[in-house]
Design a protein around this ligand. Structure first.
Ligand SMILES: NC(=O)c1ccc[n+]([C@@H]2O[C@H](COP(=O)([O-])OP(=O)(O)OC[C@H]3O[C@@H](n4cnc5c(N)ncnc54)[C@H](O)[C@@H]3O)[C@@H](O)[C@H]2O)c1
Length: 353
């Protein structure tokens, strides 16, 4: 009997299913993100540059395409398509929205479309928690954590820090919007007993924190004085464009991927443009994971993660697997309908047995 391939299936995974698949799995997600970094560092991924769609008359807004392919146990290709419209927040909607498409590596066919903003926020937060653990090894004080920018990403990062048993002593918060500080603090109080202190300026919170998380929507550097970092904190520069070249040059610098991060007017990109070299970079997170580089404990350590599509894919494939395992996968019948190839038709009734 002739074996016919099964017609490709296509699933749509809504945000509620993504959240259900990831809820309470933060430690597992951190491990998945670490594996994806290791696969990327060892060359078992393809991660072309992100593509930025910008609008000439609306400079704050953008939609980014992040294509990628991951080997190892993940074995998937795909693309994240993520919008950032900062003014959404004042209208009561999150800034970012996204979809993630997964493609089968055997046929190339897309096999799933997932709500992508939860996956994106989760992988960003897992990466921050992993980096904080790795880059703070040997430091005696890490308990005073300061969040500059208190939106959705800050909330996810706090959740992932908590899941990683971060030894919080005090959580500092600072945002240009007092409403956001209030909302963030109220949310934290529902899950954490750590004292929360609101600061009035970036300078105050930086000087008073061992670990600083930048998660703002600042487009250009607003923190310019290296003296504020005189106590050599660990800085997770998740929003990438907050600190000046002088601050970058005063720190030991780690990135997720050199080629990716030295683009799109990030602070490290501006530093490369200013100095004409990459000598200020000390290594990647992969270098730290593999023991090739040991981050200093007596200097400011600045981690700038551009955010790699391989992380979204690894997490997306995990969510797809979970939804499939729990019977939550909702496939669209006949999504691919043109399946005739020169007289050979893929017929469901003669699927491979
Ligand atoms: N590196 C990555 O992988 C990655 C991934 C996802 C998001 N991000 C970045 O994280 C940032 C935060 O995303 P979000 O979804 O939480 O956005 P959000 O709009 O929900 O929150 C951003 C907050 O920053 C505040 N803010 C803006 N400028 C500020 C300043 N100068 N000082 C203090 N606060 C300021 C805003 O008031 C707002 O509350 C964005 O820049 C986004 O691009 C990075």
């Amino acid at each position: 009997m002739t074996n016919h391939p099964a017609p490709p299936s296509f699933a749509v995974i809504p945000g509620r299913s993504v959240q259900a698949a990831l809820a309470g799995r933060e430690r597992e997600v951190i491990e998945l993100v670490e594996s994806a970094y290791r696969l990327h560092g060892s060359g078992d991924t393809v991660n072309p540059p992100s593509y930025f769609l910008r609008f000439p008359d609306r400079p704050k807004e953008r939609i980014i395409a992040l294509p990628a392919s991951v080997g190892g146990d993940v074995k998937s290709a795909g693309i994240k398509w993520i919008s950032s419209f900062p003014d959404n927040v004042s209208a009561g909607l999150p800034r970012a929205s996204a979809v993630l498409l997964l493609n089968d590596l055997g046929t190339g066919y897309p096999y799933a479309c997932l709500e992508g903003s939860v996956i994106s926020a989760s992988r960003t937060a897992a990466s921050a928690a992993l980096a904080a653990t790795q880059l703070s090894r040997g430091r005696s004080s890490v308990g005073r954590v300061g969040f500059i920018g208190t939106g959705l990403i800050a909330r996810y990062i706090h959740t992932y820090f908590a899941a990683a048993d971060w030894p919080f002593e005090r959580i500092g918060v600072y945002d240009t919007s007092a409403d956001r500080v209030r909302g963030f603090s109220e949310q934290l109080r529902t899950t954490s007993r750590t004292p929360i202190v609101a600061f009035d300026s970036a300078q105050e919170i930086i000087r008073a924190s061992d670990v600083i998380v930048f998660a703002t929507t600042a487009g250009t550097p607003h923190v310019t004085d290296p003296a504020w970092f005189g106590h050599a904190p660990l800085v997770l520069h998740v929003s990438l464009r907050d600190v000046s070249t002088e601050v970058v040059l005063s720190a030991a610098n780690f990135v997720d991927d050199v080629e990716h991060c030295l683009k799109a007017h990030t602070s490290v990109h501006l530093t490369e443009q200013r100095t004409g070299s990459r000598d200020f970079l000390d290594g990647t997170l992969y270098d730290v994971l593999t023991g090739k580089v040991t981050p200093p404990t007596d200097r400011t350590v600045l981690f700038s993660p551009f955010g790699l599509g391989v992380l979204d894919l690894a997490l997306g494939a995990f969510v797809h697997g979970e939804c499939s395992r729990t019977g939550e996968l909702s496939t669209i019948d006949g999504f691919f309908s043109e399946l005739e190839t020169h007289g050979t038709t893929v017929r469901p009734e003669v699927r491979d047995v």
